[in-house]
Write a protein of this length. Sequence first.
Length: 452
Amino acid sequence: MEKRVKRKWNMLEDSPGITLFLFALPMILGNLFQQFYNMVDSMIVGQFVGEDALAAVGASYALTNVFVMIAIGGGIGASVITSQYLGAGEDRKMKTSVYTALLTFLAMGIVLGVFGFLMNRQILIWLNTPENILAAAGTYLGIYFLGMPFLFMYNILSSMFNALGDSRTPLCLLIFSSVLNVFLDLWFVIGFGAGVAGVAVATVIAQGTAAVISFCLLMRRLHGFAVEGKVQKYDTAILGAMVKIAIPSILQQSIVSIGMLLVQSVVNGFGSSVLAGYAAATRIESICIVPMISTGNAVSTFTAQNMGAGKPERVRKGYRAACAIAGGFALLICLILLFFDRQIIGTFMDTSSGAVAYATGTGYLSFIKFFFICIGLKAVTDGVLRGAGDVVVFTLANLVNLGIRVSGAFLLSPVLGVAAVWYAIPAGWTVNYLISLCRYLTGKWSKKNLIV
């Protein structure tokens, strides 16, 4: 008889709305702390080093965030398969799924880390990074990529905890590592005067520490699922199922980051002061959309477990509840920015010495805050399709989103200036949502079968 680990919120039986909210809340807090890493880097260098240092970290952020989103998106793909096995009661295959994901993502982290370390300066040149910040941005990226295996392992480990219905452990670890990151940032930058290199080293150390602790805790958790005989450590069939979900999930999670990266050359063309303001505003945007994105990720786990248990009707109830949750978060964030956007931007820079940067940042936030409901509905609808393994239309919708963002920035910037970069964002979110919604309404996602 297999011994099952009891979960506090049962996604297969408890109220869908309450379960989703309680499960999503630690994920939201955890992802906020994940974003907090780079935000603290920007705040500290912006206040204690200068505008060029802020611009250098900002120029690096668009690229590093693509790799972060690859790790998160791949982790979501792996967690969907793991969740479906858990929902179906197949603990042996669930454990094999976890081991397969860990080994695969460790290899990916090493390969991408080497690639990024060797190519970071050339990529910055291709992105038309201003000459006065090129060296500092290259230094930050070179150090950051050395820690890429830790980044990938930590994110896949967090996804596996979420797949098992535990969103609290990743939150606790992120709080610990974020506090460590802040302490190390201040130590290296203020204590040693290490500048941009110091914040990069601090991030790598903090992520590495969190990854090692997470691995130890997950291995202990898996021992609680008692199965007879030896568990297979790697399964290519399970890997194939993960890849089928991971690729669209990586695309979906990376849309914002890839869009930022592709339009970075447009922003860079307006100079380092505009880039500094844009960098600060996109940091804040990344924080603001976390509740909506996390709710969508929670919907994926909820959908996967209930699809594995053969309960598509619970998925529909969860979808309606998640739309309300995401809408509530979007309204709250809009109100906060409506009254405090200037104060928030001010935490990144000295307003008296960076008027252009300050105006750029506040201009961005004053526009985008009214459209967070669009990304909320998009994230929740995408979450159902992803959790069910219905990936074709899901992928198309996210590609259309990316196309609108990039084409809008390049085509409209000669007329509208740098503001064209963010005018296209809500248009992409809305069209993405409408395409995914049409697919959801057909009900074809409920006929998918992923686990083998």
